[in-house]
Design a protein around this ligand. Structure first.
Ligand code: NI
Length: 211
């Protein structure tokens, strides 16, 4: 069931979703990605209701997306609209009540080397190193904690235009990719907190790191 609100904002401009074209450097060099090879525009978008707390869908295994159609593109646009409305940097489809393997990420403002992206059926094919970092989640408001993640990951999936993409990510991008990917298997970051470090933290208001 889609938790779609009744509010639908009609925009007077064409709204673009940008993606990678995935020019990947060597594994050692990590990422070399050029932006913006596809787009779509939609005349309207909706803000969706974010599932929180112990909503059962957050614990489900999401199903692969068999084909890219207009409904999926609308869903992607609505997810971006929803994420921006709450100052998030990442969102997975189960978080808005759709149990499908779809994630979106936008950390472009502070990490322009990673243009914003929607990834369909994402798979992490390689993970290297470890890195400890603080996380929060739009579905778990008010909770933050330190999570150990792989420092660098290789990810593959489909872009909204149907192109396959494979790229390497490190730092915050690697963290957000792993966090969102976990949502597709019903895993929340609180499952991964270091024992003894299960903190309920007030997120700093200036930090937009809810994913
Ligand atoms: Ni999350």
């Amino acid at each position: 069931m889609i938790g779609m609100s009744t509010t639908r904002t009609v925009l007077s401009f064409h709204w673009f979703i940008f993606g990678f074209d995935g020019r990947i450097g060597s594994w050692a060099n990590c990422v070399s990605i050029s932006p913006v090879t596809y787009f779509l525009y939609l005349d309207s978008m909706a803000t969706l209701e974010i599932q929180t707390g112990d909503a059962p869908i957050l614990r489900e295994t999401a199903v692969p997306i068999p084909e890219i159609d207009a409904d999926l593109l609308q869903l992607i646009a609505d997810m971006f609209e929803t994420m921006y409305a709450v100052q998030g940097i990442g969102l997975a489809a189960p978080q808005i009540g759709v149990s499908k393997r779809l994630i979106i990420i936008d950390i472009e403002e502070h990490h322009p080397e990673y243009p914003r992206i929607a990834l369909i059926n994402p798979v992490i094919t390689m993970a290297v190193g470890e890195e400890l970092g603080e996380e929060g989640c739009l579905s778990l408001p008010g909770i933050r904690g330190m999570v150990q993640r792989s420092a660098t990951v290789k990810v593959e999936g489909l872009l909204p235009n149907g192109d396959k993409i494979e790229f390497d990510a490190s730092g915050l991008m690697a963290r957000v990719l792993q966090h969102e990917r976990d949502h597709l298997d019903g895993v929340l970051f609180t499952d991964l907190l270091i024992p003894g470090d299960q903190q309920l933290l007030e997120p700093p208001p200036e930090m937009a790191t809810e994913i």
